[in-house]
Design a protein around this ligand. Structure first.
Ligand code: R1P
Ligand code: URA
Length: 381
């Protein structure tokens, strides 16, 4: 039965008796109220995800044509359902991590290999599985795929179509997708880690508009709330930087689209720019980048849990140009990686699948002797 305390738009009604625990004016921020809302939203999300999966948790495609096809060529990944044994190659994947550049994702693959103690057969190295597509780079480290997505919504959109189909063909169960990126902060200094609560477009709309057969389809750009909370909880108070959550604005352009004055073209002035940035900041936007809208909308549409973790390269309320030195930028880019690694490690630890006795294709018995042998060999080089 609803109670008679202050109603808050967008939240579930209070239940019988809850008024007793609050005092008048405080009712609007009353905790049980918020909790009911969050739980309802999360429950709905859980049902949405479950409806879109097969009973064993594997990804169900929302396209009736694919299973009627003789083979499905994942053109931009240089893979195919008729040419490759995708179940054998990718059936054990659990995490798909994406980021803009091939280099970042190659480094991420090496980092996660060390973090989870993944061993390669002796004499082998990591290979770019999609190298012959010349579009994206993809590395596999046990249950983790590390893939570059390029810049912008069209690029990440094409990749997501093919990765979601890859999950389906490989019968991957309950995959989790991460975008590990860089962004501009809105009110946050360079080096701050931002976990996106939701993605919005340049006019603050929380949906991706896709033009299909001349009509516009709007797909909600929702991210998994529980995943956001879990990632937030993995931020270490000892980290020498802040980790925050909030709305992420996703634009179709780095310059005019993000209100920069330093593009090749600009038809607004400093005060127009600041008025816009202050307005979006007030609306809860904490960072700006160029992929989260498609990332959130397409994963949500596929029933795949996803999160976006980015590091800010500058505070857009203070400027437009990325001025930090290369070494600083490189260190900042490790920060979202660290958080995602913690999440993956914790998951594998809980499943008893974390190996801590070495990684790569070389097994070291005595680090001291290993070093001596290495130095010895180098002298004869
Ligand atoms: O660093 P990544 O992950 O590429 O992300 C950001 O950087 C690029 C712009 O410099 C855009 O792709 C933007 O989203
Ligand atoms: O300001 C920035 C920095 C990185 N990436 C963006 O899209 N914007």
């Amino acid at each position: 039965m609803p109670c008679d305390c202050v109603a808050v738009e967008g939240r579930a009604p209070h239940q019988n008796g809850c008024k007793k625990s609050v005092n008048g004016a405080a009712a609007a921020s009353h905790q049980p109220h918020r909790k009911t809302y969050d739980e309802e939203a999360e429950g709905a999300e859980e049902r949405h995800v479950n409806d879109l999966r097969y009973p064993d948790g594997s990804v169900r495609l929302r396209n009736p044509h694919i299973e009627l096809m003789d083979q499905d060529i994942l053109y931009h990944l240089a893979l195919g359902s008729g040419s490759h044994d995708l179940v054998e190659m990718f059936g054990d994947v659990k995490f798909v991590c994406m980021g803009g550049t091939p280099k970042r994702m190659e480094q991420f693959a090496h980092t996660i290999m060390a973090e989870i103690g993944h061993k390669l057969p002796c004499g082998t190295t990591l290979q770019d599985i999609s190298q012959f597509s010349y579009r994206y780079s993809m590395y596999k480290v046990g249950p983790v795929l590390s893939v570059s997505h390029g810049m912008g919504i069209p690029s990440v959109g094409i990749l997501l179509h093919e990765l979601i189909k890859l999950m389906y063909h490989a019968r991957v169960r309950e995959p989790v997708f991460f975008r590990i990126g860089t962004c501009g902060g809105v009110g946050y200094e360079g080096g701050t880690v931002v976990i996106s609560e939701e993605a919005v477009d340049g006019s603050l709309k929380n949906a991706l508009d896709v033009n299909v057969l001349g009509n516009t389809i709007s797909r909600p750009a929702k991210l998994d709330k529980r995943l956001v909370r879990e990632l937030r909880g993995l931020a270490d108070p000892e980290d020498p930087y802040d980790t925050v959550t909030g709305k992420t604005m996703c634009t179709y352009d780095f310059y005019e689209g993000q209100g920069r004055l330093d593009g090749a073209f600009c038809e607004f002035n400093e005060s127009d720019k600041m008025e816009y940035l202050e307005r979006i900041h007030k609306a809860g936007v904490v960072n700006i980048e160029m992929e989260s809208l498609a990332f959130a909308a397409l994963t949500h549409h596929a029933g795949i849990k996803a999160a976006v973790v980015c590091v800010t390269l500058l505070d857009r309320l203070k400027g437009d140009q990325v001025l930090a030195p290369k070494e600083v930028l490189d260190e900042w880019q490790q920060r979202p990686t660290k958080l995602v690694c913690r999440y993956i490690k914790r998951y594998l630890q809980m499943k008893g699948r974390l190996s801590l006795d070495g990684h790569g294709s070389i097994a070291v018995k005595s680090p001291r002797r290993f070093k001596l042998v290495q130095q010895e060999s180098e002298t004869y080089d």
